[in-house]
Design a protein around this ligand. Structure first.
Ligand code: 5GP
Length: 189
């Protein structure tokens, strides 16, 4: 997606440890016009797939996911990283955070992830794929089905994309970062 790639090259910044900072338009301040274009592209890429719900994980997946849900008029549900006392029928799993380098649990209510649901999963980044695999685990626990996974940015120098594709998951990433070596952002054409 050219618009996104140009924006990453213009405003993205490299951090040590292979981290790309895009907090001026995705992760902190958000550009809703770009986010709408991102959602339009996800809708185009998953046009042939049959899904009835969009799922993501808080916090940065929520903006693109809700834009996709809005365009397709589908419900959007997000996995939570803090366990609310009031959550009923909770499903949970453990995820290793790449950016924080620690384990955390994520949960979702079975009330909003049902057997028979066909899920399109959307998130901001795909790095090692731990968040995505945690969400896949919740989908399995719920008896729902994963139809595809869309990421705004995939870092192909980390194994998440390979891992998910090897499992047969349809993965679509709108910008693929091949390297952040020497603090230079290299994006696949
Ligand atoms: P994974 O579980 O695939 O290793 O990492 C996915 C999550 O880690 C994403 O949802 C995102 O929040 C965060 N993340 C991973 N790599 C980056 C990065 O380079 N930059 C930013 N801003 N977040 C990242």
């Amino acid at each position: 997606m050219e618009l996104l790639k140009r924006r990453i090259l213009q405003d993205g910044r490299c951090f040590p440890g292979g981290i790309l900072k895009v907090d001026s338009f995705i992760n902190h301040q958000m550009d809703p016009i770009l986010m709408k274009s991102i959602a339009v592209e996800f809708v185009r890429r998953f046009a042939g797939q049959d899904f009835n719900k969009v799922m993501t994980i808080e916090a940065s997946g929520i903006a693109p996911a809700i834009m996709v849900g809005y365009l397709l008029e589908l419900p959007v549900v997000f996995a939570k990283k803090k366990q609310p006392k009031t959550m009923e029928n909770m499903l949970s799993t453990t995820v290793h955070s790449f950016t924080k380098d620690r384990e955390y649990s994520v949960c979702i209510s079975h009330d909003f992830l049902n057997p028979g649901d066909r899920i399109l999963f959307i998130d901001d980044f795909l790095a090692n794929g731990n968040a995505a695999q945690g969400c896949m685990d919740l989908i399995v626990q719920a008896g729902a089905e994963l139809v595809g996974m869309g990421f705004i940015i995939e870092k192909s120098f980390q194994p998440g994309g390979k891992r998910l594709r090897e499992k047969g998951v349809k993965v679509e990433s709108l910008a693929i970062i091949e390297s952040l070596d020497n603090c230079k952002i290299q994006i696949r054409d």
